[in-house]
Design a protein around this ligand. Sequence first.
Ligand SMILES: O=C(O)CCC(=O)C(=O)O
Ligand SMILES: [Fe+2]
Length: 215
Amino acid sequence: MAPSPVEIVPGCFYWPGWFDRGEQEALAEDLRQVLAQAPLFTPRMPRTGQPFSVRMSNCGPLGWVSDETGYRYQPTHPETGAPWPPIPARLLAAWRALAGSPWAPEACLINWYAPGARMGLHQDRDEEEFSAPVLSLSLGDTALFRVGGTSRKDPTRSVRLASGDALLLSGPARLAFHGIDRILPDTSTLLKQPGRINLTLRRVHRGEACEIPPC
Ligand SMILES: O=C(O)CCC(=O)C(=O)O
Ligand SMILES: [Fe+2]
């Protein structure tokens, strides 16, 4: 049984220290292998083409990308043209334990934050299926995460997401505005360089079938 989480705002659940140090190290190694096949790329803002400060990659049948033409999910890497590598089993196990969803995740977005990178307040709304949650897992340096309500003007709360922490945006928080204000330097020894990795597991398509046992 998962330890009981802290509810930050209704539907936003937080499990500090979900992965222990050994699991974090194994996960970091899984991701090194994923990134060797699907290298980090720099996404760009729709229309303006302005680069994000975060670099990205993906694993799973679909990956999230952004460029001058817009945000979308696609089955291949935007630079290499290769299919995304599969989602590592350890991540699927976390989804099974925490997501409370009968559907398998189809995409795992990998965000790389160098110290100084940030992510402005936004909603995750490029998926068709909002009844499935978004599961976020953090590795490396701690981030100051902010989450509010479904209106940009709603009040927000801040949480420090440390290495090994898990957070779920579900139910009333599935479309909550959220972002990363900053990375706190020298807060973790997990990665070989300063910075942070965030993984978000997402269901993209609406599905009828129970794809992930047991359900
Ligand atoms: O880095 C994080 O904790 C959040 C990432 C995020 O919101 C996203 O990738 O949509
Ligand atoms: Fe997001």
